[in-house]
Structure formats: structure tokens, C-alpha cells
Design a protein around this ligand. Structure first.
Ligand code: PNS
Length: 166
């Protein structure tokens, strides 16, 4: 039997941002349980390894209840079924997200009509931030504190200082 109060929150999380965390906190008020599911994607070369991303997520959600961190490969809807979840949760930011999210939601729905995509609108504070733009700013020494959890800020600095000195 599927559990309607379990939601899967999938993504690349390279790295987790305060925007993600805001969605996670709000989702925990709606769903009984949440699984943060990191896609293992051989096509993408992430800045942070899978282990680093998992570590940063764990540190960022410390103290939160009813939440777990997992990884998956292959189709998201198949992963959701394996986890006995029928909700895929995504955050929506600016209009530019809409087309991509709509495409994904329609494809997921075609693949499995039992799994519902649910969207939470991001808080206005994170409307224009993304992992990509944060990495871009941090790469050139920009201050991204306040946009990411402290551990991520630290790891970004470490990563870019190391690569500059390499
Ligand atoms: O954080 P991202 O990179 O926007 O997350 C994208 C993600 C992981 C949700 C998406 O790429 C995904 O679900 N990939 C798994 C493969 C899949 O199921 N594709 C079919 C739906 S388009």
C-alpha cells in the first residue's frame, strides 16, 4: 500500500542551498516524511562528489525529524515506487523554471500516473538563486553567505581555494 504522506524531494543538490532548505522545512509541515533523493547522474560532472553532497545535506538538516537522505539512479518514478511514495516534490522559482518542471512533471506522469508531482513556490528571498549561480559567484570569490548553509559556504571556499592553488 502506498503512503500518501511520504514525499520524495529529488535533485542534484550540487550543493544544497537555503532555497532547498526552505522547501524542505515547508514540506515537512505538509508531509509526514520526506526523502531527499540525490540523482546519481553519470552525464553530469558535479562540483561536489556524492559523498560531499550527502555530508552537506546531513549537516544542514541536523535536528530535523522525519527526513532521510538517499541516492538513486535511473527513473525517478521507479525510485518513488520502490520507496512506496506517490508524491514527487519540487520547488518552483522564477518563470524560467516552469517549462523544465512542466516537461518533467508531464513525462513522469506519462511514465506513472499514480505518482503525483507537487510544487511549492519558493520564498521570494530565493527567487533568483540556484546552485549554479551560487557556484559561479563563489568561484570568483563572491560572498554567498546567507544564500547557503554555513557548511556549504565553508566547503565552497575550500573547493575554490584548493583549485586556485592547484
Ligand atoms: O536538481 P535538478 O538537477 O533540477 O534535478 C533534476 C532531477 C534529478 C529531478 C531529474 O533530472 C530526474 O528526475 N532525473 C531522473 C531521471 C528521470 O526520471 N527522468 C524522467 C523525467 S524527465
Amino acid at each position: 500500500m502506498s503512503n500518501s504522506t511520504l514525499a520524495i524531494y529529488p535533485g542534484t543538490f550540487d550543493p544544497i542551498t537555503n532555497g532547498h532548505l526552505s522547501i524542505i522545512k515547508r514540506a515537512l509541515k505538509i508531509f509526514d516524511r520526506l526523502i531527499i533523493a540525490i540523482l546519481i547522474n553519470p552525464q553530469k560532472i558535479p562540483l561536489f562528489t556524492l559523498e560531499e553532497r550527502i555530508e552537506m545535506i546531513h549537516a544542514s538538516i541536523k535536528g530535523m525529524q522525519n527526513i532521510e537522505v538517499d541516492t538513486f539512479d535511473g527513473l525517478l518514478v521507479e525510485y518513488a515506487v520502490r520507496k512506496n511514495a506517490n508524491v514527487i516534490l519540487r520547488g518552483l522559482r522564477a518563470m524560467s523554471d516552469f517549462e523544465y518542471e512542466f516537461q518533467m512533471a508531464l513525462m513522469n506522469r506519462k511514465l506513472n500516473r499514480e505518482v503525483q508531482s507537487i510544487f511549492l513556490m519558493t520564498d521570494y528571498k530565493w527567487f533568483y538563486t540556484s546552485s549554479t549561480i551560487i557556484k559561479e559567484a563563489a568561484r570568483f570569490g563572491g560572498d554567498v553567505s546567507g544564500l547557503v548553509p554555513e557548511i556549504v559556504n565553508k566547503k565552497l571556499k575550500e573547493k575554490f581555494t584548493l583549485s586556485k592553488n592547484a
